[in-house]
Design a protein around this ligand. Structure first.
Ligand SMILES: Nc1nc2c(ncn2[C@@H]2O[C@H](COP(=O)(O)OP(=O)(O)OP(=O)(O)O)[C@@H](O)[C@H]2O)c(=O)[nH]1
Ligand SMILES: [Mg+2]
Length: 231
């Protein structure tokens, strides 16, 4: 069993502006949601929370809230130094925000972020706005497959749905060397087998250990829920 007591993990949320990164972090770290007005994050902010993962112990997550506007910042390599887990976040009501993650993936690659060292998750935000969804589940899955991203979540900072699960599962995954080894092997399989479709059985693929993106009944529209994502 992995010994985790006292460990610290550095987690960064990255993605376009106004997709709900700060709200997800505040929901996780403070269990609050102040969604009525949008205040862009200036540069980078930090919050932390200690997580108890039964039965293996406690781990402290130091969470970097990276402003969407930091995409072009010259400081980005400093921000990304030593990050254990990247949560690549997009707004499921805004298809452009998923495409913008391509630019963030380029930045990760440029900064030498190694997918077998750092763990990467694809996170769809604003899951309570199912009625406004423009990113379908298959778009999400295709993106995750294209970049060999092993973890997938759909969360809502507003309702709190899956926020704790997302951070906990990412931490557990990152602390499990076997899971990361499987990603490494899968990446090799993909690159040596580029002409064929990946044939790894679903139960062996790391994606199988993630929570399925849930479908849910449609909540009533909430006109006050967001300033900038409901266009
Ligand atoms: N309905 C709904 N709205 C949300 C949710 N999360 C965030 N929002 C809205 O989206 C707006 C932007 O959220 P932020 O968390 O500030 O966005 P950000 O990604 O941190 O933006 P930058 O700091 O500019 O990078 C907020 O004002 C909220 O109204 C959610 O889960 N559901
Ligand atoms: Mg922010």
């Amino acid at each position: 069993m992995v010994e985790i007591d006292g460990k610290q993990l550095r987690v960064a949320l990255i993605g376009a502006s106004c997709i709900g990164k700060t709200c997800i972090i505040k929901r996780f770290a403070e269990n609050t949601f102040h969604g009525s007005q949008y205040v862009p994050t200036p540069g980078v902010e930090f919050l932390s929370r200690r997580l108890t993962i039964k039965p293996i112990g406690t781990v402290t997550l130091i969470i970097l809230d990276v402003a969407g506007a930091a995409l072009t910042s010259k400081m980005i390599d400093i921000y990304f130094h030593g990050i254990d887990i990247f949560l690549l976040t997009y707004d499921m009501t805004n298809a452009t925000s998923l495409q913008e993650l391509r630019r963030w993936m380029e930045i990760l690659a440029k900064n030498g972020v190694d997918k077998s060292e750092a763990s990467i998750a694809l996170v769809g935000s604003k899951g309570d706005l199912e009625h406004l969804r423009t990113v379908r589940l298959d778009n999400h899955s295709r993106f995750a497959q294209e970049f060999n991203i092993p973890l997938s979540f759909l969360v809502s900072a507003k309702s709190g749905e899956s926020v704790l699960t997302c951070f906990s599962k990412c931490a557990i995954y990152h602390l499990n060397p076997e899971a990361k080894q499987r990603v490494k092997e899968h990446a090799v399989l993909q690159s040596t087998n580029a002409s064929k479709k990946a044939t790894t059985p679903a139960q062996n693929h790391p994606q199988a250990m993630t929570n399925p993106l849930p479908t849910r009944s449609q909540p009533a529209p909430d006109p006050n829920s967001t300033v900038c994502s409901v266009q």
